[in-house]
Design a protein around this ligand. Sequence first.
Ligand code: CO8
Length: 261
Amino acid sequence: DAAAGDWSTIEVSVADRVGTIRLNRPKALNALNEETMDEVVAVATALDADDEVGAILLVGSAKAFAAGADIKEMSSKGLAEMYSADWFRRWEDFARLRTPVIAGVSGYALGGGCELAMMADVLITGEGAKFGQPEINLGVIPGMGGSQRLTRSVGKAKAMDMILTGRHIGAAEAERIGLVSRVVADEELEDTAATVAAEIAAKSKPAAQMAKEVVAAAFETPLQHGLVHERRVFHSLFATADQKEGMSAFSEKRSPQWQRR
Ligand code: CO8
């Protein structure tokens, strides 16, 4: 049972083929410390391996998705310690999950919180959400992928503006620049994010995983390689029962019954 465990910084539940991880350090606005990273990555890895889970939903609280990496935990550390621990490297395991990840962002998604949200595949946000990379105001820079993922998703102009000034942007601007997938009323955020996660989780898991894989590859590969890769993955889906079922169901004008293999 991937959800089982005595977690101290998160809450975990599984329903409707969706594994939900809720960041839960309210006194620190869900600041991400080492323990949170270890717990989120451990649970997400277990959910990822579970055939009964078709999507992973990551949410925070109404006030904060996550207000950054935990500044108090980091402040007195030195270079040798940060380097030898390769501080926060394990978040890359979260970014490499194969199951689709949906983030439901309400309130602050700053610093590491913004970077964690950007690791999700589909980012749904409440209209009051605030995104930012304010590390410059702490005398540092983004360290969980912000300079890379933000630049790839919104381009140099907006990434430089956000990273050099540290300003917060609202949900409307975040949607306009392509940082988030959808913006909904704050009070609808949780329901919408859960509905989208359940919708994705109900699909053919191999097709959803392969779709994620090829879109993610677009950030890593030259176009011609990406196109060939996409085509080969597309071809490989013709070995699945779900391809036969999906295409038969269309012709027979009925809903597909996915076997997820
Ligand atoms: N770390 C630790 N504690 C935090 C953090 C944080 N990032 N954010 C908030 N808290 C704590 C506050 O200290 C406060 O605790 P206490 O009550 O004990 O004083 C509590 O949460 C509530 O916060 P506030 O009183 O400040 O709440 P406000 O509503 O007044 O303000 C803000 C909310 C605007 C979100 C404000 O808390 C803030 O500016 N937080 C810091 C935001 C920030 O700078 N984030 C970037 C952090 S650095 C980072 O993420 C680097 C990522 C890469 C690291 C990778 C290393 C390799």
